[in-house]
Design a protein around this ligand. Structure first.
Ligand SMILES: Cc1cc2nc3c(=O)[nH]c(=O)nc-3n(C[C@H](O)[C@H](O)[C@H](O)COP(=O)(O)O)c2cc1C
Length: 211
């Protein structure tokens, strides 16, 4: 099979899922919004490449070139419709993510999407969010808007660059300690107490509303 056509071949995905199942994995996480890599100018400017000897061994033996030609047959949206489909197909959870703002310019901030979809998802499916989470108060806002989970990408990477594994551990500990402090200062004794009542939102008309 020509290497480039692999992503279009659904049987490759089926094989991967079967391998994961046989190996004992109990969950899989699917990225549905990368039919092709976006124009990542920062990565181009920084000459971002995988270090020699690193590759994507699961789908391809040969390297990352495969990702440059996408599978346009997979459509995607970034909205309630995604969540509705996920519920319909009995998916356990959705991560609202914009790949850290690296994939498509001008997509909405993930917190704004979360605010839109959370009322629809409540009680039906779990929500996680990432993209632009830089501080403990960002986590607090995400939980207040209705996320059950909040992920970070760059923060552990910065820790890694600073001091390897120890740096990652430090970055996560700082974030968690600060998050506990934010809860204390906001007067929340448990995560369940973090609700939209703690937020003020500026509407598109410039009006400051209490949620
Ligand atoms: C250098 C870098 C490489 C990434 N590679 C992938 C990837 O291969 N697949 C993926 O789904 N997300 C990838 N991401 C996105 C992260 O999983 C995550 O969604 C994002 O970094 C969260 O945003 P934040 O960095 O603002 O916290 C990458 C992010 C960075 C910064």
């Amino acid at each position: 099979m020509a290497n480039r056509s692999k992503l279009k071949d659904r049987s490759v995905a089926v094989q991967l899922i079967k391998r994961a199942q046989q190996t004992g994995y109990r969950a899989i996480l699917l990225t549905v919004d990368t039919p092709s890599l976006g124009p990542r100018l920062n990565e181009f400017r920084n000459n971002f490449t995988l270090p020699p000897g690193t590759s994507f061994p699961n789908p391809f033996q040969e390297g990352v070139e495969d990702l440059k030609e996408g599978d346009g047959s997979r459509s995607y949206v970034y909205s309630i419709e995604d969540v509705r489909l996920a519920i319909q197909h009995k998916v356990h959870g959705v991560i609202i993510s914009n790949h850290g703002g690296r994939q498509l310019d001008s997509v909405p901030a993930t917190l704004d999407v979360l605010q839109e979809v959370a009322p629809f998802a409540r009680g039906k499916i779990q929500l996680a969010v990432d993209g632009g989470i830089r501080s403990c108060s960002d986590i607090f806002k995400a939980l207040a808007l209705g996320a059950q989970y909040c992920f970070v990408g760059r923060i552990p990477i910065w820790g890694l660059a600073y001091k390897g594994e120890e740096g990652v551990d430090l970055a996560i500990r700082i974030l968690l300690n600060d998050f506990r402090m934010t809860m204390t200062l906001a007067g929340c004794k448990s995560v369940d107490e973090i609700t939209p009542d703690y937020l003020s939102v500026l509407s598109t008309e410039g009006i400051l509303c209490r949620l």
